[in-house]
Design a protein around this ligand. Structure first.
Ligand code: SF4
Length: 421
């Protein structure tokens, strides 16, 4: 018998990409390939790229170049959002075997088996509402404790700064039945925690005439999954029903992630967002009313075109007032083919000013997180320990997403332990 072929995957970007990479990895394993780390030699490399910002596109290209340089004899497959939006730049790199748009991820094994060079498969991101259903679990050692389950893909919103609908297509979802089946597979792999993932997760249900609360209800009954987290959900789609469900359902954790992007009603409108600052503030308050110790992570963009000092002050002021637990701060990045790219250049905020605003929000985030941790001090919390951290301790997260370290004890890994914070 000949030696089994090997493959390695490099993943950039979001949880969806990680889920999709794991599914591609399982497809390779089914075909008899053996997975190796990207740093060791493999016969096939898959680079799953990201295009969320200019920087992400650049990093994706660099990752492809690095793999090509270090592995001149390997077959190299490039897929993901940057492959969909920047196929020409990627396919002309010397040595790339195949560039697969986001609608062709399922061909990642077939192209490598054929071994033909210069393959470019592009087209609509999805045919007739189909979805490349995916989850990360058990494909490599990092995935043993927490799995990302993709329940939804694409987006029908048209925020003026965002290229995701161009890269991933319209909103569609897996059925509740399929999501439950995958959650059962994840449980069978020994994973205890699932993060429900999508581009616009709260938009779940459109393509199957189902609802997001019905999905949550069905998943909560899957035996073996002790913990669910819901990834980013739009403020206008985070309903009272969902907030109440999370508060009363033991295996749905008090952890929310909501994009605010701006605290200025004027800028939100210019961004094409579907809520105002008041709606956002109300949702944060509703969460705090029923789950006072919930972790609330919030995305903010600094330096959107036309964002005046007064607009920024409103964003800063709103966040200081509603007190989420943490901020993910993004400097505005101009993306080709978006409406924001057509705004008059005079509206652009100078890089230096954007950096200043990012720093101010970063400092606010540090304070908010410190306050959140302080408010939890002395409380008893359950931690799911995941593995060894760099310093030799073991680490894990509480139900409300506080990272905890304790001296390493192998018997505690992938178990839930009560600790006093
Ligand atoms: S909701 Fe807006 S920002 Fe989010 S993916 Fe859709 S278009 Fe992009």
């Amino acid at each position: 018998m000949g030696k089994a072929k090997t493959f390695a995957i490099v993943t950039l970007g979001c949880k969806l990409n990680y889920a999709e990479s794991s599914t591609i990895a399982r497809d390779y394993v089914k075909k008899g390939y053996v997975q190796t780390a990207p740093s060791s030699k493999a016969d096939v490399y898959i680079i799953n790229t990201c295009s969320v910002t200019e920087h992400a596109d650049k990093k994706s290209r660099q990752a492809v170049r690095k793999v090509l340089r270090q592995n001149p004899h390997a077959y190299v497959v490039v897929t993901g959002c940057s492959a969909q939006l920047r196929s020409e730049e990627l396919s002309c790199l010397e040595g790339v075997g195949a560039v697969l748009g986001t609608g062709f991820r399922d061909k990642a094994v077939a192209v490598a088996e054929d071994g033909l060079a210069g393959i470019v498969l592009l087209g609509p991101c999805h045919a007739e509402g189909t979805i490349f259903s995916a989850y990360s679990a058990g494909a490599d050692n990092r995935d043993r404790t927490r799995a990302f389950l993709k329940v939804q893909d694409g987006c029908d919103y048209r925020c003026t700064y965002c290229t995701v609908p161009l890269a991933r297509g319209g909103s569609r979802n897996v059925s509740i039945k399929e999501a439950v089946r995958q959650a059962e597979e994840i449980a069978a792999a020994g994973v205890k925690e699932i993060v429900l993932t999508g581009v616009n997760t709260g938009d779940y249900g459109k393509s199957t005439s189902e609802t997001f609360p019905a999905l949550l209800q069905a998943l909560s009954g899957v035996s073996g999954i002790d913990r669910y987290r819901i990834s980013s959900i739009e403020p206008n789609l985070l309903t009272e029903e969902i907030i109440q469900f999370v508060a009363k359902t033991r295996n749905f954790l008090p952890h929310f992630h909501m994009p605010l992007q701006s605290g200025s009603a004027r800028i939100l409108k210019k961004m094409g967002r579907r809520y105002g600052p008041d709606v956002f503030a109300r949702k944060v308050q509703s969460i705090k009313d029923v789950t006072p110790h919930a972790f609330i992570g919030v995305d903010v963009i600094a330096g959107f075109p036309g964002e005046t000092e007064e607009d920024f002050r409103q964003t800063y002021g709103l966040l200081k007032q509603v007190k989420p637990s943490f901020l993910h701060v993004f400097p505005f990045s101009l993306r080709p083919n978006t409406k924001a790219a057509e705004f008059p250049p005079s509206e652009r905020i100078p890089d230096k000013e954007i950096t200043k605003r990012v720093q101010q929000l970063g400092a606010l985030s540090d304070t908010l997180y410190e306050d959140f941790v302080k408010a939890n001090t002395g409380r008893k919390e359950e931690v799911l320990f995941e593995g060894k951290s760099a310093g030799g301790n073991m680490h894990g997260y509480t139900r409300n997403y506080i990272r905890i370290e304790r001296p390493y004890d192998k018997s505690k890994i992938n178990t839930i332990v009560e600790v006093t914070l």
